[in-house]
Design a protein around this ligand. Structure first.
Ligand code: MN
Length: 745
């Protein structure tokens, strides 16, 4: 069967090879043609007995990938050679050493990168993520690896027809999930659009076909409308001596599909089915002037929607995109999006990184931006302990995000994903600035760490040497960089605490005449059912493991059969059986039994507060206020560990509560306040802390009260002191930060 076609196949292979040479002509220098020829021959020989799923000779694929690399991405000879050879090491007998010997180290390096990430997605989802991370790691070697990989994927998508249905769906989904955003981020707009459309074609053929058909049906109508729209403008632009072309392209099928889905509208209701693009051929230093000139001419004819003006010429997007967009009221009362850009901008927008060979000098700026983006990815990859799936989520978030532009106090511009906070900004400046951040001034106004920034904001970060990252910071940031730095810092903090615990445990072991050996520590950990020694040390430092446990451990060691291993209370029943039930202040659980509990220091609940119980590991039930700063996190992440709690009788026992007082710094004010608290009201103070600044004072007092009534009365009394402006209850003492209590839970 094969034999019949061999001759014509040979001819076809040569024809395709010639097509490739033609496509790469523009970058060819002396000796390049020979190199490409050699790579072609090596690949042809290596793949000679292989066929693609479609039955075609395998060599069609590397030739096509090389052609896409040259023609559509604009890559040079080295990449063309690598593209031709990209499947040889993976699929044939050729080794990396062979490649290195024939084509040099650089080519071998790139092929190595391509081989490592080949066949990657045939795995489970977490493996995919792992491999994607690996793929991004190769960015630090050579960005050409990624670009050739995208070319490879594009050709596979173009030839997906011959694959089995389940494979089609799998490959198309990955394309939508990873490759299209990646192409977008690298500024390969043409490829991104094609990947998305093909992705939709195979994941949702019905929707794809319906929209495609409707686009065909409405084309004559659209053409007429565009004609009518551009008629008057064309004349003036020509009069003004501008060299230009006007295109009226429909939006991609994928973007129309998304609009229908997101906005819940019909195809017929989408007003911006197409955009009119005016591309002006003008020297680099005239670009901006000419684009705004064209804008001015268009808006003389059509009224612009002021909310829809986008100036990406003065401030290009981070992927290098430059263009001037506006939406105007066109004929027949229809809104029309108009994109105005230079020929250079247009080519860069379509081919991204690729078009740089042509605009090397003027594109230095964008080269920098690409570099910056890659270095940001490198930073993300520097934290190897980060879970691959987390990484991919963070990374994708950053791939898709719209951007905002914000400024430092000195006026330097920073690009951040939309939704970034002051804390993201602090980490963007430097990880040390981020770690010490206590707040920020946005446009001279004081804002918290979690404040969401807007484009144009000027941000000054406030730091303190006493500050260090806390658990809840993770919820304040969205950039991958800030997230990974915070996670890293928290891990480090835990390690420091564990190191302290190790020393404490060593002393405790010594006192109990127990050798501080790895075996004993490990056995002790097993006895306590803790996963690592570090966890043991950490709990020792936090006071959750004490001499009692060590004694039990020694008893168990001496007589393993007599003592049942100490069980960590986990379920409510276990809690009940281990409860001492000595207090009747609080009742806990569905049947409201009296159990042992601790009041959590992060919010200092007192009788009368709305509270809930939280089953902590090793520390029994902890009582939190419902409006505790940690409550949301506990209730949403560990709902199964939450138990109901209710105050029962109120005894004259004192509970610690904090109040914050602000006022004007009048003579004797502090004295008046403390007098009321300690003498008139007979309340004990645990700590008092006042700060004055320009006549305003702020103070925190920790007092012992019986319940909320008692506290409310005290606050009412203090409010009457002359000079006091406000009094609020605070969650806890400063040294009992949220981070500590949250990590303990
Ligand atoms: Mn391939």
């Amino acid at each position: 069967m094969q034999a019949i076609n061999l001759e014509s196949e040979k001819k076809e292979i040569l024809a395709r090879y010639k097509g490739l040479l033609k496509a790469s002509r523009r970058t060819l220098q002396k000796g390049d043609k020979e190199l490409i020829r050699k790579a072609f021959e090596v690949a042809l020989e290596a793949h000679k007995n292989m066929r693609r799923k479609s039955g075609e000779p395998y060599i069609f694929h590397p030739i096509a990938v090389a052609q896409i690399s040259a023609e559509e991405i604009g890559l040079g000879t080295t990449s063309i050679v690598c593209a031709l050879l990209h499947d040889t090491v993976e699929d044939t007998d050729i080794t990396l050493e062979d490649i290195s010997g024939m084509f040099g180290k650089k080519v071998a390096q790139i092929i190595d990168g391509l081989t490592k990430i080949a066949g990657v997605f045939d795995q489970t989802s977490s493996l995919q993520a792992e491999n994607f991370k690996k793929m991004m790691l190769t960015l630090s070697d050579d960005i050409r690896v990624i670009l050739i990989k995208i070319a490879d994927r594009l050709h596979n998508m173009r030839t997906l027809e011959s694959m089995k249905r389940d494979k089609q769906i799998k490959i198309a989904s990955e394309t939508l999930y990873l490759y299209a955003p990646l192409a977008h981020r690298l500024g390969l707009n043409g490829i991104k659009v094609e990947l998305e459309d093909l992705g939709l074609k195979y994941t949702n053929p019905d929707a794809y076909n319906e929209i495609a058909q409707k686009l065909i049906d409405t084309e004559p109508e659209r053409k007429k409308f565009i004609q009518k729209f551009i008629e008057p403008i064309k004349e003036i632009l020509t009069e003004q001596g501008l060299k230009f072309k006007i295109l009226g392209r429909p939006k991609s099928i994928f973007s129309i599909y998304n609009k229908i889905k997101e906005k819940g509208v019909e195809f017929e209701d989408i007003y911006d089915l197409f955009a009119i693009r005016i591309v002006v051929d003008t020297p680099y230093d005239q670009e901006k002037t000419d684009c705004w000139k064209i804008y001015s001419i268009i808006t003389d004819f059509y009224h612009p929607n002021p909310d829809r003006l986008r100036d990406w010429i003065s401030t290009p997007k981070a992927n290098g995109y430059e263009s001037l967009h506006t939406t105007v009221m066109g004929p027949e009362g229809k809104w029309v999006e108009v994109q105005i850009r230079s020929l250079r901008m247009d080519e860069l927008a379509e081919k991204g990184y690729a078009a740089h060979w042509k605009y090397k000098d003027s594109a230095a700026e964008r080269e920098n931006q690409l570099e910056e983006w890659i270095s940001r990815i490198r930073e993300m990859l520097e934290s190897p302990e980060e879970n691959a799936l987390d990484f991919i989520d963070d990374f994708k978030l950053n791939l898709f995000a719209d951007e905002i532009f914000v400024f430092t106090p000195k006026g330097d511009m920073k690009t951040l994903p939309a939704g970034s906070t002051s804390l993201d900004f602090a980490f963007e400046i430097h990880s040390k600035v981020g770690a010490k951040c206590i707040g920020a001034k946005v446009n001279h106004k004081l804002v918290p760490l979690s404040h969401e920034l807007k484009s144009g904001d000027q941000v000054e970060i406030l730091t303190s040497n006493k500050q260090s990252p806390r658990e809840d910071w993770i919820n304040f940031v969205i950039t991958a960089k800030a997230k990974s730095k915070i996670k890293h810092a928290l891990k480090e903090q835990r390690k420091v605490v564990a190191d302290e615990g190790r020393e404490i445990l060593e002393r405790k072991f010594y006192r109990h005449k127990l050798d501080f050996t790895i075996q004993n520590i490990s056995d002790f950990g097993t006895f306590l059912k803790l996963p690592t020694s570090q966890e043991v040390f950490y709990r020792v430092a936090k006071g959750a493991i004490d001499s009692k446990e060590i004694k039990e451990f020694i008893e168990h060691k001496e007589n393993p059969t007599k003592n049942v291993k100490k069980e960590q209370p986990k379920t409510l029943e276990q809690m009940v059986s281990s409860a001492r039930g000595k207090t009747d202040l609080l009742v806990i659980g569905d049947d409201m039994q009296k159990l042992d509990y601790k009041l959590s220091p992060c919010c200092n609940p007192i009788p009368g507060d709305d509270v809930f119980g939280f089953i902590s590991i090793g520390e029994g039930i902890k009582i939190h206020r419902v409006n505790c700063p940690n409550a949301v996190q506990l209730l949403s992440n560990y709902a199964y560990r939450v138990v109901k709690a209710k105050w029962n009788s109120q005894q004259l026992i004192s509970f610690l509560a904090g109040i914050k007082i602000t006022g004007s710094d009048e003579l004797g004010l502090v004295n008046n306040i403390t007098k009321i608290i300690s003498t008139q009201y007979n309340v004990n103070m645990r700590s008092i802390n006042f700060d004055t600044d320009d006549g305003i004072f702020e103070g925190t007092i920790m007092v012992y009260v019986h319940d909320t009534n008692h506290l409310t009365q005290l606050i009412g009394k203090l409010k009457k002191v002359p000079g006091v402006i406000s009094i609020t209850r605070v969650d806890g003492e400063k040294e009992d930060g949220n981070a500590r209590s949250a990590s303990e839970n």
